[in-house]
Design a protein. Structure first.
Length: 374
């Protein structure tokens, strides 16, 4: 059996379209403003309620097919982990799973969210949305760059102290940013997951609800009721990333990590390794360590081609120039990760971002590749 697939542009119609999809109406794909998804089928399998197109920040875009059961299982597990229902401030685009999750949690709780006005994210815009909240139990979901913006504003910091939790995900959150939030008494919950798991299914390293975790050959696998059906129109990729082992259906995340039976530690992407002069270097490890150095909380590290070494790590930051801090940071990385891991630091006016708030790594790779080699 099938059902129609409806494409709705991002905007006020999305919440009602999602409600209909979760209730058995037409399946939904939310299109980014100005985007016109091509090659979509007119109908999808009956179990598919939502199709989420990934950002493609590290490769070709994929269309993830999710059931209503998976989305509602995710919403219920999140509500339980956060201590109950509340009103959400929607600060993320709804053509991404994180924004759709805010809507799904709100629909499940029967409490309408308050959306931040469209356009560049600012503390003023967030505060305007907060003033429209109607109940004291409040939550929001952000990416690290948004959290940094709010922490820099005294009024926003005070408001965040009143939130039951501030979910932060989409990428690794720099330790100094977490420490700053904690110093201000703000409860930040690190959320880990992807479109293929209906969004965040691990909070602060602890699996939510019936989520299962295992690590095979260093790769994080996730299981449980929030898993996607697969990739729309791509059975080969579905078979590659979703599999059954020991009677359990798993999603292979392609993330590296460690699991001690209670808590998951994600250490980066398995495919983020570059080879410089014959030495393997984890781009993720370089980025994490650099972000912990003073003045580099916004740093993004990518691999760039090099005529002599093959590849080298290049770190982009919008922070003010500081030769001494740069020298100390690079020396610390070399001491901990080896000389091949020393990044070339490149200052730019601002880190380019995707609509989701994540760094646009494809744009940064192109910029690194076009830069002169020292």
């Amino acid at each position: 059996m099938t059902r129609p697939l409806r494409v709705v542009p991002e905007g006020p119609e999305v919440a009602e379209a999602l409600r209909s999809a979760l209730s058995g109406g037409p399946a939904l794909l939310v299109a980014a403003l100005g985007a016109e998804p091509a090659g979509l089928p007119a109908e999808v399998e009956r179990r598919v309620a939502l199709v989420v197109e990934t950002s493609g920040s590290t490769g070709a875009p994929r269309r993830v097919a999710l059931s209503a059961d998976a989305l509602l299982a995710s919403a219920g597990a999140s509500e339980s982990a956060l201590g109950g229902p509340g009103q959400w401030v929607l600060a993320l685009p709804t053509h991404y799973i994180a924004g759709l999750n805010v809507l799904a949690r709100s629909l499940a709780a029967g409490i309408a969210p308050v959306a931040v006005a469209p356009g560049p994210f600012t503390a003023e815009g967030f505060l305007a949305a907060v003033r429209r909240l109607e109940i004291p139990e409040r939550f929001t979901a952000l990416v690290p760059a948004q959290l940094a913006t709010l922490l820099a504003d005294p009024a926003a910091r005070r408001e965040l102290q009143r939130f039951g939790a501030v979910l932060v995900g989409g990428q690794a959150t720099p330790a100094p940013l977490l420490a700053e939030a904690a110093d201000h008494g703000i409860r930040v919950v690190r959320s880990y997951g992807s479109s293929e798991t209906s969004g965040g299914c691990v909070y602060d390293g602890v699996p939510l609800g019936q989520t299962l975790v295992r690590v095979e050959d260093g790769e994080v696998w996730l299981g449980g009721p929030s898993l996607a059906e697969g990739y729309l129109g791509d059975p080969d990729r579905t078979a590659e990333r979703f599999l059954v082992a020991d009677g359990v259906r798993w999603f292979r995340t392609a993330d590296a990590g460690h699991w001690d039976g209670e808590r998951l530690a994600v250490t980066g992407r398995r495919d983020d390794v570059l080879v410089s002069g014959g030495v393997k270097v984890s781009v993720g490890a370089v980025e994490r360590m650099l972000r912990e150095q003073p003045g580099f909380a916004d740093a993004v590290v990518v691999a760039a081609p090099h005529p002599r070494w093959g590849e080298v790590p290049v770190a982009f930051t919008a922070g003010p120039p500081d030769a001494l801090a740069e020298e100390a940071a690079v020396a610390a990385i070399a001491g901990a990760l080896g000389r091949a891991a020393r990044p070339r630091v490149q200052r730019i006016p601002a880190i380019p971002l995707l609509a989701s708030g994540k760094p646009d790594r494809l744009a940064l790779r192109a910029l690194a590749a076009a830069s002169p080699h020292p």
